[in-house]
Design a binder for this molecule. Structure first.
Ligand code: GDP
Length: 338
């Protein structure tokens, strides 16, 4: 079949892409997410951003606002972007073993002053094994000696403000890092020079402290996701939902954090996880992609990485439970192997 055409789709046909952030410790993963989340929140206009359980949801209005200097908003068609918060998340290992992979796209953070580090290489292997597309955030550009801060500016705007020395050091470091990626079998290029996205992964220089390059990163994530994943991002009614973490919280009992990957969850829906049954009560209606916390009696035995099912009007509860048990067994066996 001919590839589906994004121009035929509108916001209501598409779900939000899900993005995760990977990279070596101290490259700025946490700070980068804070920065993406931060700007509007500080000014008291949350801009609809909701910090959810294990994830942050950015509605498209917010992304349009953040990227308007790049003048590309007309082409943005997904309802938003869901970023998984916690790269060091304990269940990440479980999710890792889950072949399907939760994320549509990843940000691989590399420190421009350090280049590729041991966990960068681990992250690369993980992305390769899951076939996940990624964008490199080449972070801490403000550490280049003599960098002139241009808060939240697109990277090319910021680059024009820099001295020849800074520009030269930047070029030198970028080309060294591109070589290091090549040694890992990966072609990379600065995103504004990258003519063959897909074959070649894009690098976006960023500062998580002063925000240079953040508009570029957001725009590229959304554009890239909608250009290459129309089918994957097409909204469907059938629920696709994965358990991120199971926690016991005092006063609340057992809660499970789940990522609603696709579909809609309704108030009163009968849910099944790992063979156990509960009911969803929180919102009238929740549309993917979102991160949600579910409190329910009897879900103590849930396992991270397993799927959550909803019992439909024509379904037999026992059949759904059986499917959920099978899913749990396959997740458990993969955890054992890893
Ligand atoms: P993580 O371990 O990858 O989550 O890294 P963090 O976000 O905790 O950042 C590690 C350290 O680097 C912290 O002290 C941050 O303040 C600092 N840092 C992160 N991003 C930047 C950046 O863009 N520029 C500078 N100068 N420092 C940064």
């Amino acid at each position: 079949a001919a590839p589906e055409d994004i121009s035929q789709k509108s916001e209501s046909d598409l779900r939000s892409p899900i993005c995760c952030i990977l990279g070596h410790v101290d490259t700025g993963k946490t700070k980068l997410l804070d920065c993406i989340r931060g700007t509007n929140v500080q000014e008291g206009e949350a801009g609809g951003i909701t910090q959810q359980i294990g994830a942050t949801y950015f509605p498209m209005e917010n992304i349009r606002e953040r990227t308007k200097q790049l003048k590309a908003d007309a082409k943005l068609k997904v309802p938003g972007l869901l970023v998984i918060d916690t790269p060091g998340h304990e269940s990440f290992t479980n999710l890792r073993s889950r072949g399907s992979g939760l994320c549509d796209i990843a940000i691989l953070v590399v420190d421009i002053m350090h280049g590729l580090e041991p966990q960068t290489k681990e992250s690369i292997n993980l992305l390769k094994s899951r076939n996940t597309e990624f964008i490199v955030a080449l972070n801490k550009v403000d550490r280049l000696y003599g960098w002139k801060t241009c808060p939240n500016a697109p990277i090319l705007t910021a680059m024009k403000e820099q001295s020849k020395d800074v520009q030269n050091e930047f070029k030198m470091r970028v080309s060294k890092i591109i070589t290091e990626f090549m040694e890992q079998g990966l072609n990379t290029e600065l995103y504004y020079k990258n003519k063959e996205m897909g074959e070649t992964s894009s690098i976006v220089p960023t500062s998580a402290i002063s925000g240079e390059g953040i508009p570029d990163l957001l725009l590229l994530l959304v554009q890239w996701a909608q250009r290459t994943m129309v089918e994957k991002l097409t909204f469907h009614k059938e629920l696709q939902c994965t358990v991120l973490e199971v926690k016991v919280i005092e006063g609340l009992g057992t809660t499970i954090d789940v990522v609603l990957v696709n579909g809609v969850l309704h108030e009163g829906d009968q849910i099944v996880v790992c063979g156990m049954q509960g009911s969803y009560q929180h919102h009238k209606e929740l549309k993917a992609a979102q991160g949600i916390k579910i409190t329910a009696q009897g879900l103590e035995q849930a396992v991270a990485g397993t799927a959550l099912y909803v019992v439909g009007p024509d379904d037999d509860v026992e059949d759904v439970k059986e499917t959920a048990m099978q899913d749990m067994k396959s997740v458990m066996s993969r955890i054992d192997k890893s």
